[in-house]
Design a protein around this ligand. Sequence first.
Ligand code: SF4
Length: 280
Amino acid sequence: MKIQLAKKIGFCFGVKRAIDMAEDALETNKPIHSLGSIIHNKQVVNDLSKRGLKVVKRACDIKSGACVISSHGISPKIAKSISGRGIKIIDTTCPFVLKAQRIAKSMSDSGYNVIIVGDAGHPEVKALVDFVSKRAFVVKDAEGAKSLKLDKSRKHIVISQTTQSTQNFLNVVELILSKAPKELKVYNTICRDAEARQEAARKLARSQEAMLVVGGKNSANTRRLLEVCEKILKNSHLVETEEDLKKRWFKDICSVGVTSGASTPDWIVKRVVKAVKNIA
Ligand code: SF4
């Protein structure tokens, strides 16, 4: 069995930066909280929790110390409610996410409605919506954009959740254009890392008989990688750890490609590769 890794694998710089900042904060001996998971990887979050990070669901659960904001960003209203109670904010929002937030804010302040291509329930998108001072719409794909009722008297912009695929973004833009909006400005806010990772996975999947995408099941960029691989190769699977591997995936095949989400540590990828070797 030949196992090949995708060219782009391991933590992206935004995730690495967020973990480094959280680790630095944990050195201070203050109570350090994170509002939700700092990154979408259970194993990394568990490790940080063992070292003292308290993961809370609601801002009001933080009574003292500091709060680490995840790389996905946070709603400005929630950030204000936390800092207003004297709690220090350690903001690890990824610079690519910040760029999308700035565009959403400045363009809506200038009178544009904002169409966001993304997953409505994802923390990055929820926060992005709160930066919009005019109307915000979230659409998942071109199918979802069909039912969008554009106010033809208003100007619109379209931006993207950072981890969307370029093709999905383009499909939505094309559909919105077909509705003949008064004015539409398009901002490509897809992160370069996510694009490069998807392209590397796509290339690898074309030459393999099975593809494994290693990463958190709740990680948007990991799920996007799975979609990219599945379009090319049906025998593509998302695994969080080696325990998710199924023997039947590797029956009568000679090649397996492996890629990983931006929040997957190398040690999990290594363990998956080792387990595949033992199965084959
Ligand atoms: S995937 Fe891109 S946007 Fe998301 S944290 Fe990593 S570098 Fe930032």
